[in-house]
Design a protein around this ligand. Structure first.
Ligand SMILES: [Zn+2]
Length: 436
């Protein structure tokens, strides 16, 4: 399998650290308000990556965090008149509700910063001991100039960064690019660190959670492309300083979502909350719409994209419904096909979901034809099931009771005998039951 590695800007053969096992971490939300649909793209993308790795037979451990210690949470607590912990709990719950309504699968770990405060102190102290960080008046800063390949992920060198990036002027820092690992504060929630009261820096929180859960290096680190700099760059810098590695062997970044040609963001105000969006669109439709664009490319959210996705979703649903009916009436055996080399050919090329959707359409066409011609269709049905499982598409198919089966065969009999009045009566019952 090949993955586009943002660290090297190359498509590379995927080789896990431990054969057969994969460790994966994706930056999760800062839980200070509701997430918008743009925030759902990394969730849905890395769910698919997780599903595909599992399909290939890897033993995958996937963690995505909650950033629950952050200045944004302190600000929200003040605004809402509740504590920081209440803010975090409220929006963690809201986020988990969102995941459920988008049919996003379970993952292995959802660590919270608050559970790792001791680890954070130890991590920062280790950097100070190595002279890679320094304390000034209750703040602790990372010494960027000590890391040789700083800028490797965002392809910038220190000089370019100094002149190009908007870096805050801070007299306390030795170098304007140095970033805070710990920040002194007397405002809102504070933690008693060896350097006094304060809160940890966001870039440190993620590295510490990764190190605590997995050790010094993981296979895949993911997130939205907007996190490349400074967040991921600074995660890498700390890992280089402490463990002499780039934290992950493969860095993966999904593109952002555009609305009318502009990036969807909280600051631009052109966002739609995930919880509102799902009231208008089914989870399957959102996923199909996303997967029709490769995960690395920006995604345009237009009515056209959604209408197309809706039509496709209905096509899949209809054919699966018909096939499911035959499977149950005839007691056919399905679920025998566990792998499909066509799927692998497509997905092994850096998760080419647009081509997988095209393949899915072909399978739907084949299944329709096989049903019409009354040909054997179980292997096609199984392959559709495999694609759906990888893409996280869920179709609730009816399980027929014995009574349902009897009604169905009676309806067929009346129809064959041209007793249309009776056939229509039964047909209505079957339609009401969702069978036809
Ligand atoms: Zn992160």
């Amino acid at each position: 399998m090949k993955i586009y590695n943002s660290l090297t800007d190359k498509i590379e053969e995927f080789k896990p650290i431990t054969p057969g096992k994969v460790t994966m971490y994706v930056c999760g939300p800062t839980v200070y308000n509701y997430v918008h649909i743009g925030n759902m793209r990394p969730v849905i993308t890395f769910d698919m990556v997780y599903n595909y790795l599992k399909y290939l037979g890897y033993d995958v451990t996937y963690a995505s965090n909650f950033t629950d210690v952050n200045p944004k949470i302190i600000a929200a607590a003040k605004e809402l008149g509740i504590t920081e912990r209440e803010v975090a709990d409220k929006f963690i719950k809201a986020y988990l509700d969102d995941l459920a309504s988008y049919n996003c699968g379970e993952i292995d770990y959802r660590p919270r910063v608050i559970e790792h405060m001791e680890d954070i102190y130890n991590f920062i102290q280790a950097l100070i001991d190595k002279d890679m960080a320094y304390e000034v008046d209750g703040d602790v800063y990372f010494r960027v100039s000590k890391v040789n390949d700083y800028g490797i992920l965002s392809n910038q060198n220190i000089e370019e960064l100094k002149s190009g990036a908007r870096v805050e002027v801070d007299d306390k820092k030795e170098n304007p690019l140095d970033f805070a690992l710990w920040r002194k504060t007397d405002d809102g929630e504070q933690f008693a660190s060896p350097w006094g009261l304060g809160i940890p820096g966001w870039h440190t929180e993620c590295v510490v959670m990764i190190n605590s859960l997995f050790g010094s290096k993981i296979d895949i680190h993911g997130g939205g492309v907007d996190l490349k700099f400074p967040h991921h760059e600074n995660e890498i810098a700390q890992s280089m300083a402490l463990n002499n590695n780039h934290l992950a062997n493969y860095w993966m970044h999904n593109g952002h979502i555009n609305v009318d040609g502009e990036k969807m963001s909280k600051s631009l105000g052109n966002f739609i909350l995930a919880k509102d969006f799902i009231k208008e669109h089914e989870a399957n439709v959102v996923k199909i719409a996303m997967f029709k664009t490769h995960y690395r490319l920006p995604l345009n959210f237009t009515d056209e994209v959604f209408n197309e996705a809706k039509v496709l979703n209905e096509k899949i649903m209809n054919v699966l419904k018909q096939a499911n009916l035959q499977i149950q009436l005839e007691g056919l055996e399905v679920g025998k096909v566990k792998r499909d080399e066509n799927i692998e050919k497509i997905m092994d090329e850096d998760f080419n979901t647009p081509n997988l959707i095209t393949y899915l359409l072909d399978l739907v066409k084949d299944l329709n034809n096989a049903l019409r011609k009354k040909e054997e269709f179980c292997s096609i049905y199984d392959k559709i099931g495999l694609v759906n499982q990888i893409l996280g598409l869920k179709y609730d198919l009816l399980v027929m009771s014995d009574e349902d089966k009897k009604l169905y065969s009676e309806w067929l009999e009346y129809r064959n005998n041209k007793d249309f009045a009776k056939a229509d009566e039964l047909r209505n019952i079957l339609v009401n039951k969702g069978i036809l």
